[in-house]
Design a protein around this ligand. Structure first.
Ligand SMILES: [Zn+2]
Length: 172
């Protein structure tokens, strides 16, 4: 369930995105996972056609070490349109809740950093978020290779990301 004052609009980052209709204060809940959300394992996803997989991964996010959520033909959740930014204004408070990391102004795009949820080995995007802090290449390696980024996001990562980083030998 998305914050009631966030709407879907054309984005200059990519396709459709989410935008604040009103001022949203730092710490406000932006999104909470719906209990009926359906998840898929990689084994299940890998039985689909390449086209289905591409469609799924273009609008999905990872919720566990081998658990993914994405559009599956059921009524679309507007939260699925949240774009990545290398200078995000949203992060995870816990695995089921996202909060505003800073005040968000009316009209501002609502974004999170995909490394807060994605650890899939082949996860890789070329970023066009237009932020001066843009890392250009977004992959789970970003947090491993960039201690300052990890320090900045440490409190806002999903728990399976923390577990993934620990398996890479990082102390968190
Ligand atoms: Zn970027």
């Amino acid at each position: 369930m998305l914050h009631p004052h966030i709407i879907v609009q054309e984005s200059r980052i990519a396709g459709q995105g989410l935008f604040a209709k009103t001022f949203i204060k730092q710490g406000e809940i932006i999104w909470e996972r719906d209990p009926w959300e359906k998840h898929y394992s990689l084994r299940e996803i890998n039985t689909w056609s390449q086209e289905q997989r591409n469609r799924f991964f273009s609008c999905s996010y990872q919720v566990g070490e081998d658990l993914f959520y994405g559009m599956d033909g059921s009524p679309p959740d507007p939260a699925d349109y949240m774009n990545h930014s290398c200078d995000p204004n949203v992060g995870f408070l816990n695995d089921k809740t996202m909060i505003a990391l800073r005040d968000i102004l009316p009209g501002e795009e609502v974004t999170y950093d995909y490394v807060m949820s994605e650890t899939r080995a082949d996860f890789y995007i070329e970023c066009k978020c237009h932020s001066p802090m843009c890392r250009r290449i977004i992959s789970p390696r970003n947090l491993i290779d960039n201690p300052a980024l990890l320090r900045k996001y440490r409190k806002y990562l999903m728990s399976h990301v923390v577990a993934f980083l620990r398996r890479q030998g990082l102390e968190l």
